[in-house]
Ligand binder design. Structure first.
Ligand code: PLP
Length: 434
């Protein structure tokens, strides 16, 4: 796109400003790339990285949680921003290597890592493997031994499921899908400390998703460091790294307050001063693995209205894409802000149902969005979908084309993944000659 872009004001809040997406005209983007498409503002992602980095005290590192947005151009941009990466599969390992990440800055997390995935991580030289269970510890040790390597690890602590939903509280007694209860983890720590093929660096725990409360987030870090200190002391090793996971939240609904970054930074600095007074903690590094916070507000899904029905006072707009491209609102019942990207004269706001084209009642983005009365051909943006957008969707359902993905950097929009047509998907299938 050659348009002299109206550059954004340099804030960190969102991709839509004064009716423009990443500083560009939505109509021009739609003409060049065709709807439906995702658009990501890489400059905004860079500013969000800087804003977070600016408040972190000494000894804190950022690793981007690739699961939030694994688009290669987005991941490569984050690499250029100088952060590390948190990956959770062999596919994400391939992505970060292709994106140019130094493997030493990569941490592999997640339950159910296969032997192949663990081997690939060890061979690539990833900086940390988060171990989720004693079984995984033994498999990883055998793999590292066979490859003649010493793999740095953290042990993942189980977090109470209830705590995940409401408040971050580490409860050591619960056996669940993620990590190990404290007693098991302490045993695993002793075992790891005695291994010549594993290097135990510390502990990891993911507290809760989408927290916008700086005190809670800092409290999680403080609690985890304290547990890490005890575990390291029982295992007879020094605590070198504590990985507090992601979970830094963003505001989805209008009126929600964003995370108070300055307060978060102040609380972490207080913790740092406290740790600095302890010889056991002075050299410790804290890793944060934000996904949503870095990329969420920097992406939008843009679709076109193909049909409008119902009364003028309560219209129903049907778009050319729905939960096949953006399932998050339906999946977690969290309404995303919607915007009709119209440049014509101001239209009255009406309570609008906005839905996709799929044959299921689930495929509804909102039943009460206050929007300028939509018309066929209008562009509609679903905001804050730079994280857990296309990657978390159900693109095969009803065999519609996949959306394109577009990235904008310094006012220039580039296609980073083309639409995939139903024909291309059919061409990959076979009806065997029985
Ligand atoms: C281990 C781990 N780290 C980081 C993240 C990223 O979380 P968020 O995008 O909420 O920051 C997740 C999300 O599920 C996770 O499971």
């Amino acid at each position: 796109m050659t348009e002299a872009a109206a550059r954004s004001t340099g804030g960190i809040d969102g991709i839509l400003e004064s009716g423009r997406l990443a500083g560009l005209s939505p109509a021009a983007l739609a003409e060049e790339f065709s709807t439906p498409f995702y658009v990501y503002d890489l400059d905004l992602i860079g500013r969000r990285v800087e804003a977070l980095r600016a408040v972190l005290p000494r000894g804190f590192r950022i690793a981007f949680a690739v699961k939030a947005n694994p688009a290669l151009a987005v991941v490569a941009h984050l690499q250029r921003c100088g952060v590390g990466a948190d990956i959770a599969s062999g596919g994400e390992l391939e992505t970060v290597l292709r994106a140019g990440f130094d493997p030493a800055l990569v941490a592999m997390t997640g339950p159910g890592k296969s032997d192949d995935e663990l081997s690939a991580a060890v061979v690539a030289g990833v900086g940390i493997v988060m171990v989720e269970s004693r079984g995984e510890l033994r498999r990883l040790e055998a793999i590292a031994a066979e490859l003649g390597r010493r793999q740095p690890i953290l042990l993942r602590l189980a977090v109470s499921e209830d705590a995940r939903l409401e408040t971050v509280r580490l409860i050591g007694g619960v056996e669940g899908k993620f990590g190990m209860p404290l007693a098991t983890l302490t045993e695993a720590a002793r075992e790891a400390a005695a291994s010549s093929h594993l290097e135990l660096l510390g502990v990891h725990a993911f507290g809760a998703s989408n927290l916008r409360d700086a005190e809670q987030l800092a409290g999680h870090v403080a609690e985890l460091v304290e547990i890490g200190r005890q575990v390291a002391s029982e295992a007879g090793v020094s605590l070198r790294i504590v990985d507090a996971g992601g979970g830094l939240g963003i505001a989805y609904a209008s009126g929600e307050r964003p995370l108070d970054l300055a307060l978060f930074g102040r609380r972490l600095s207080e913790l740092r001063s406290h740790w600095d007074s302890s010889p056991a903690l002075r050299e410790m590094t804290v890793l944060l693995e934000p996904g949503r916070f870095l990329v969420g507000p920097a992406g939008a899904y843009v679709a076109r209205v193909v049909d409008v029905k119902g009364p003028d006072s309560a219209p129903v707009a049907i778009l050319d894409g729905g939960i096949n491209h953006a399932v998050r609102p339906a999946l977690v019942r969290s309404e995303h802000r919607l915007a009709v990207l119209t440049s014509d004269a101001v239209r009255a706001l009406v309570r609008t149902t906005v839905a996709g084209p799929l044959c299921t009642g689930l495929d509804v983005f909102s039943t009460e969005a206050m929007l300028p009365r939509p018309r066929v051909g209008d562009l509609v943006a679903l905001l804050d979908l730079g994280a857990y957008g296309f990657t978390e969707s159900m693109p095969l359902f009803l065999s519609h084309p996949w959306p394109a993905e577009v990235a904008v950097l310094a006012g220039r929009a580039r296609l980073i993944r083309p639409h995939v047509t139903p024909t291309e998907l059919l061409d990959r299938q076979v009806d065997p000659d029985w």
